[in-house]
Design a protein around this ligand. Structure first.
Ligand SMILES: [Zn+2]
Length: 416
């Protein structure tokens, strides 16, 4: 086994070291918002294979394939730090299919996500490690999709009445600090990039905020993850779980509605990223009838959205690092960036909103030197939008016309 792997590694390396001919592309933009805060008119971005090699204003290098996007503004490929790519469509029917079938149906969401200008996702829970399979298929080039960084099975405490005492623990499940540490080790051994902890109730039409994982359990999992070089995102719909997640040393905090000022101050002080995911409840609201939510669900969602937005507004004011996470699920893909509209409502400028999906999100990922900017040495992940994304967030949300991921054009709607 080892020998085969080594040989395969050598062959792959040979292809990278000595390509038949380096594929160089020069992309001309009318304007480039590169993510560093700089705006360049008549920019030329040179891409060799899957990396950006230069950004300037001169003539394209001789022999390069020229892509003329002078009618558009270039922005960095965006990063959605909270998705559920493997769940498949429609919650009312997905339970009747196998997890693998749902993952394969999720392929449609990969393309729609790219069309929204998102070229990297952090995927936040999956069954049977199907997120790892999806990541592998994309990295092998068999499927086209955003770069995926995955968590495997989210860590959780036993909650289901269908899991009687004494039954074997499900994937990611634990009760007590030792079992949470074990569950974290299992995910890492399986090959995940991040650890996710479901620290509270809340999902779909359920907007309750009960803390389900104790501080000690969170801390045990966080410590193991950090000791093995992995970051941890903790889901908490409510303020109690959020407070403990911050105390336990989470790297990102998901949802976290109704945090008080002291908790937000602590989040800012400890430089923990906040991922509000406001828009996913809008999606649930819009689909409440189709998803057969019980009476009252829409009112609950409306109330939760208002409080989620208010918490985000406070966090913006306090200077928190806020990253775009759509919590996209089922058929929500393609709407990944609608979250940015909420961020502007919460007090961000369009430029800050764009940063939440580029440089800030790259920081959350620990990839600030490789994604989130159009700069030499970075992955060639670039989007072209029709209009000025610094003036109007709607340009970023609804006017993506062209996307390059890893040096390949994956979306082209420039020809009408
Ligand atoms: Zn989620």
């Amino acid at each position: 086994m080892l020998k085969t792997g080594f040989a395969a590694g050598l062959i792959a390396a040979a292809f990278i070291v000595a390509p038949a001919s380096a594929a160089t592309k020069a992309i001309k933009f009318g304007k480039l918002v590169d993510g560093s805060g700089k705006v360049t008119d008549n920019a030329v971005v040179v891409v060799t294979d899957n990396k950006i090699t230069s950004v300037g204003t001169g003539a394209p290098p001789a022999g390069a394939e020229v892509i003329d996007l002078t009618a558009f503004t270039g922005i960095p490929g965006m990063i959605d730090v909270h998705t559920h790519m493997t769940y498949g469509p429609d919650p009312t029917t997905r339970a009747s299919r196998t997890n693998a079938t749902n993952m394969i149906l999720g392929r449609d969401g990969l393309q729609k996500t790219l069309e929204s200008g998102v070229t990297t996702v952090r995927d936040m829970n999956a069954s049977d490690y199907l997120d790892i399979s999806m990541r592998e298929l994309i990295n092998m080039g068999v499927w086209t999709g955003p770069r995926m960084y995955v968590v495997g099975c989210g860590l959780r405490a036993t909650r289901s009445r269908f899991n009687p005492a004494g039954a074997p623990l499900g994937c990611g499940e634990g009760n007590g600090p030792n079992e949470f540490a074990r569950a974290a080790r299992q995910q890492i051994a399986a090959g995940v990039d991040w650890i996710k902890i479901f620290g509270s109730t809340g999902s779909g039409d359920d907007v309750t905020q009960f803390q389900t994982v104790t501080y000690e359990e969170m801390k045990a999992a966080v410590d193991i993850a950090h000791s093995m070089g992995k970051r941890v995102g903790i889901h908490s719909y409510g303020p109690g779980g959020a407070r403990d997640a911050i105390r336990a040393g989470a790297d990102s905090l998901e949802h976290a509605t109704d945090m008080d000022d002291a908790t937000i101050a602590e989040l800012v002080k400890k430089k923990i990223y906040f991922v509000p995911t406001i828009d996913h409840n809008r999606y649930y609201f819009d689909n409440a009838e189709r998803f057969k939510y019980p009476p009252g669900a829409k009112a609950n969602l409306t109330d939760f959205i208002a409080r989620n937005l208010e918490t985000t507004r406070k966090a913006v004011k306090a200077g928190a690092m806020i990253a775009m996470g759509s919590d996209a699920i089922y058929e929500m893909f393609g709407q990944n960036t609608r979250e940015l509209g909420w961020f502007v409502k919460a007090g961000m400028t369009p430029a800050q909103a764009l940063a939440s999906a580029t440089t800030v999100a790259a920081g959350l990922m620990g990839m600030e030197k490789s994604i989130g900017q159009v700069a030499p040495g970075f992955f060639a992940d670039i989007a072209a939008v029709d209009g000025d994304p610094l003036k109007d967030v709607d340009v970023t949300i609804n006017k993506v016309r062209w996307v390059m991921k890893d040096g390949a054009v994956v979306v082209d709607k420039t020809r009408k």
